[in-house]
Design a protein around this ligand. Structure first.
Ligand SMILES: *Cc1c(COP(=O)(O)O)cnc(C)c1O
Length: 368
């Protein structure tokens, strides 16, 4: 059986449109400098990473050995204790956040979750799904958590375990909540029952390569970290990575006879292709290459900020951010370049694939 000619033509036309849309894409944090065609043959197989990546399973058409290497690589980047981490490749950053909160709730069912105003929209839904008590903390103008408000709020609830949902790169301004400050507040109030989850959807793949290093990982006090795979690394299928402390995960693991594995993940069937993509990216670039991509992105962001300022536009960036923020750019430009706007602020995100030539073209559009 074959697709008829008009359906085939329709697909080809659509391909052209997608190519075109991808070329003008500055507003969302997804990398487009990937080429996974070497993995093409794997599309023929029903890859499914059913169950826990670290325990053997009866199902063998999987990529779990590659998935484990991805987790090992990320655990090292996030300075996890070598014998006390666990993780898996998720369907995206949101699932990893849900997972971190789920562990926190199992550890502290009576805890309160604190998260800033600038937190990703999916988190309040997850808190609702998990039926977790939560309090929103004010944000500062740059999008970072207002530590004074956190301290005051925690002080009133000192008798309850504290679950901190920290943003390591907020969606709009790429602000990073500082785990050192958060820990010192918890310590000062002697809230010893606490859990910190880092939502590093974008910056999980950037921050380990930037000096000075942001305080966000296991050595800085995180208990779990979630990253999006399609953001800094790049993938044709949305995906993510979650890494958590193994001793905490063990508390929620259940052995399932049907799959001959542990039910430690949120979904049953899991994507078998995305761990291959991530593995491929990691092996191809290595630490050095990934670091160079980050340097390039930072350089492009500095260039974009400078050019916008020269054009009289009030642009700014958080320290070492690849996101450039400026006043609402107007519908025409936002439509063309697919730019997100919230609270009167538009941002463009200089992912590793973005070039200075694209920035120039964008600025010409903005200031005709
Ligand atoms: C993108 C993003 C998410 C959601 O990640 P997905 O991979 O889209 O599920 C969560 N938090 C922040 C800060 C993000 O930028």
């Amino acid at each position: 059986m074959r697709l008829n000619l008009s359906d085939h033509q329709r697909l080809m036309d659509f391909l052209g449109r997608i190519e075109n849309r991808t070329e003008r894409f500055l507003g969302y944090p997804v990398s487009k400098d990937f080429d996974y065609r070497e993995l093409f043959e794997f599309l023929k197989y029903p890859l499914n990473n059913l169950g826990d990546p670290f325990t053997p399973s009866t199902w063998k058409v999987d990529t779990r050995e590659f998935e484990r290497e991805v987790i090992e690589f990320m655990a090292a980047l996030f300075r996890a204790e070598p014998d006390n981490y666990w993780g898996y490749v998720t369907n995206g950053g949101s699932e990893g956040n849900l997972y971190g909160l789920y562990i926190a709730r199992e550890l502290y069912p009576k805890g309160i979750t604190y998260y800033s105003q600038d937190t990703h929209y999916s988190v309040s839904k997850n808190l609702h799904l998990l039926n977790m008590r939560h309090i929103m903390i004010r944000s500062r103008a740059n999008g970072e958590m207002d530590y004074e408000d956190l301290r005051e709020t925690l002080r009133i609830h000192r008798d309850k375990p504290a679950i901190i949902f920290a943003n390591i790169g907020t969606t709009m301004t790429e602000a990073k909540d500082d785990l050192n400050r958060i820990k010192s507040i918890l310590g000062g109030l002697v809230i010893t029952e606490n859990y910190i989850h880092s939502d590093a959807a974008l910056c999980g793949g950037l921050a380990p390569f930037i000096t000075p290093r942001a305080a966000f990982d296991f050595e800085d006090g995180a208990d779990s970290i979630s990253v999006s795979g399609h953001k800094s690394f790049g993938s044709p299928i949305p995906c993510g990575i979650v890494v958590a402390k193994k001793n905490n995960v063990n508390r929620i693991a259940r052995s399932i006879a049907y799959i001959g594995s542990l039910d430690t993940t949120i979904t049953g069937s899991r994507n078998g292709l995305t761990p291959l993509f991530l593995w491929y990216m990691i092996r191809k670039y290595g630490n050095k290459g990934l670091g160079q991509r980050v340097d390039h992105a930072l350089e492009t962001a500095a260039y974009a900020e400078k050019r916008l300022k020269e054009a009289g536009i009030n642009a700014w960036r958080n320290p070492n951010a690849i996101t450039v923020v400026f006043p609402d750019a107007g519908t025409r430009v936002k439509e063309k370049w697919q730019l997100a706007t919230a609270n009167g602020q538009t941002h463009l995100i200089c992912m590793p694939n973005v070039t200075k030539a694209q920035i120039d073209e964008f600025i010409d559009d903005l200031i005709p």
